[in-house]
Write a protein that binds this ligand. Structure first.
Ligand code: LLP
Length: 385
């Protein structure tokens, strides 16, 4: 019996997804930087690096992962509301392309540290545009009430003080309104806000050297096989049609989930089937520690019995993990063929925010990912899924 749980990554699908993104951005001034937080698995990042994407990092460790995977420093940006002094030093030392800054105080600290280095560093201002992403509230980032981005109040402070911040060069504008966005009108509204804000930036700082519109494009969790590659054409079209900036201004996209989400499957086994008066539980050997999204956002990933024949009768199961939390559940009343101890289960769309969000709670260890030379059998099993 296979040793489970493990993540399986379909590199054919990943490569096809990356190729399509390249195809859709060819001939434009659009550039895609991979948001490493979605999945920092070494082989995944390396595959993306080989396709010449840049990297959006939110910690010193992620900058390190990007560099190790072969992404050049000139294609690395550093975002995040809470960059530590050590991380800022590391990033300046590594000579990355730019900092996406989220507060006045952060810019003052970056300016001070850059001064120590005798350098001037590039900064993009991440403005909070107060645009609704029409997604789950826990992954909404561009509303006034969210901690992310610079508020109009602090933006005024920065504009008033910018001439004294001599070791910082204000080169760009950055936005990110949220994640798992499926309504294109959210991106359209973002474009309208950007159009309204950019002139003021140019009036104060002279030139908009680049624009970064963040990431956020969602994937189809209900139909991972039929919709294995997101509709990048429509996504980029929105920005082509609605952004009112010259072709000479490069536009950066920080896509995470849409690049890697569908290429991952979490393989896990049924440990026990247990019954109560109203319910049947399938207890798996993977839990919220390997896939946190359902517990954290009520997310629903497609759950399948591996190798089930199409004529098996279906029954409702609450599919749960082994962790000592009631929220450790992957779904209630999921219709599945009759399950028994040892059955292999595939949980789909686990390429993004699964492995990278894994936890050590209950003494759990990191689980392997395949394909890899270590477990060729596991690879074969997964490949035919
Ligand atoms: N840029 C910034 C500044 C971000 O904060 C994020 C994601 C991205 C880009 C990439 O967004 P994507 O293209 O992947 O939507 N753990 C949550 C998602 C959190 C997203 C955080 N920021 C989940 O599992 O749904």
């Amino acid at each position: 019996m296979e040793s489970t749980p493990y993540y399986f990554y379909d590199y054919d699908l990943l490569n096809a997804t990356l190729d399509l993104v390249q195809e859709e951005t060819k001939g434009s001034n659009f550039h895609v930087y991979y948001a490493i937080k979605a999945n920092n698995n070494k082989k995944i990042v390396k595959t993306i690096a080989e396709k010449k994407f840049g990297a959006d990092c939110v910690s010193g460790a992620e900058i390190q992962f990007a560099l190790e995977a072969g992404i050049p420093n000139s294609k690395i940006v550093f975002a995040g509301v809470g960059k530590t002094d050590e991380e800022i030093r590391f990033a300046i030392g590594m000579n990355i392309a730019a900092f996406n800054c989220e507060s006045f105080e952060e810019i003052e600290v970056i300016n001070e540290i850059a001064q120590e280095f005798g350098r001037t560093v590039n900064v993009a201002l991440r403005l909070n545009p107060n645009v609704n992403a029409y997604t789950h509230e826990k992954i909404t980032t561009g509303l006034n009430e969210n901690k992310f981005g610079i508020s109009p109040y602090e933006y005024e402070e920065i504009k008033n003080a910018h001439t004294s911040l001599t070791n910082v060069s204000f080169v760009g504008l950055h936005f990110h309104i949220g994640s798992q966005i499926t309504e294109m009108k959210a991106f359209k509204n973002l474009c309208f806000r950007i159009n309204a804000l950019k002139d003021d930036f140019i009036a104060t700082f002279g030139k908009l050297q680049y624009l970064n519109v963040g990431g956020g494009l969602g994937i189809d969790y209900n139909n991972p096989v039929e919709n294995s590659i997101p509709d990048f054409k429509s996504y980029f079209r929105v920005f082509k049609d609605h952004l009112n900036i010259g072709m000479d201004v490069p536009v950066y996209f920080e896509l995470g989930r849409s690049l890697v989400g569908q290429c991952g499957t979490l393989f896990t086994k049924v440990l026990y089937v247990k019954r109560s008066e109203q319910k049947q539980f399938a207890v798996l050997d993977a839990g919220m520690t390997e896939l946190l999204r359902p517990a954290m956002y009520g997310a629903q990933h497609k759950i399948e019995k591996y190798n089930a024949s199409s004529n098996e009768l279906l029954a409702p199961y609450d599919v749960v993990g082994p962790i000592c939390e009631s929220s450790d559940s992957f779904g209630e009343n999921v219709l599945l063929p009759k399950l028994k101890r040892g059955d292999l289960i595939a949980i789909r769309s686990c390429g993004a925010y699964a492995e990278s969000m894994s936890l050590r709670y209950n003494g759990r260890e990191a689980i392997p990912s395949y394909p890899s030379a270590v477990n060729a059998t596991a690879f074969k099993v997964a490949k035919t899924a």
